[in-house]
Design a binder for this molecule. Sequence first.
Ligand SMILES: *Cc1c(COP(=O)(O)O)cnc(C)c1O
Length: 321
Amino acid sequence: MAAMQAAPLGDDVYGEDPTVNTLEHKVAALFGMEAALFCPTGTMTNQLAIRVHTQPGEEVICDKLSHIYLYEGGGIALNAFASVRTLDGDLGRLTAKQVEAAINNPEDIHQPLSRLVSLENTVNKGGGSIYDFEEIKRIKAVCTANGLILHLDGARLFNALVETEQSPKDYGQVFDSISICLSKGLGCPVGSLLIGTNELIKRAKRFRKVMGGGWRQAGGLAAAGIYALDHQVDRLKDDHRRAKAIGSLLQNNTKIKSVYPVTTNIVIAELKEGMDSMAFVSQLKERGILAVSFGKQLVRFVTHLDVTDQDVIFLEQQLNF
Ligand SMILES: *Cc1c(COP(=O)(O)O)cnc(C)c1O
């Protein structure tokens, strides 16, 4: 809050908000990419990328659990008029083989032209699963060989980064565009950035304006982002430790059938036969625990910077009803 209040402001539609400019330069440099664009949401940064990378009728290849497909209101069709090919990966993660097999023959006029591959890391619906970076590089090689563009929905990329050996620059070298969120584990009120070439960002800025996303004195929000990048990345490991603790609590609970592998800050539990996730979530809510239904028998728990070790103990006490 102090960082937000102290931020110098200007009109970002004219490129004159110094704090927004600082954040955009900081993030572009962090990933070793040319430019970045600060936006209100990750949905907007993903949708801008898809809009800029594709022509109407061209095809986006992604996993069937992807946020861009499941949770962005059909935006691939609505904003970019693009076709989608969903693949059945491992907890939301594709292999290079799967991607290669899904590429349409560009000479066959029956088939949409494959244009863009979009990966998600970590995968929300996969229980926060992390991509193997070697597989990402193999997917990149398939893209390069076939003239496809590679986008990353990195809403939770920092959760993957603190658990693996790669740096943001490694990702910047492989992807044509990256979307990151400041509002998830990093704890900002709002904010996402699209990162890519100068040309990509220039075109994205035009579409952002059309979507009504040209914002004025956004520097207060950008200041929160700068603070988060400087102070809230390393502590994501604490979230992961607590998520693992929650995973074992759930594993040992009589109402739970199984728990997805816990590797980052998301815990997805499958309830036993005959139990309804909506009912379970509202019972939890009555006991002061907020979780979300993630399917008929699936419940998602997420740890973040406002969840403490005490809260994990509280959860353990409340789970026995
Ligand atoms: C949260 C999230 C987004 C962006 O969501 P917004 O609420 O629009 O910021 C994108 N992708 C994934 C995987 C997410 O979890």
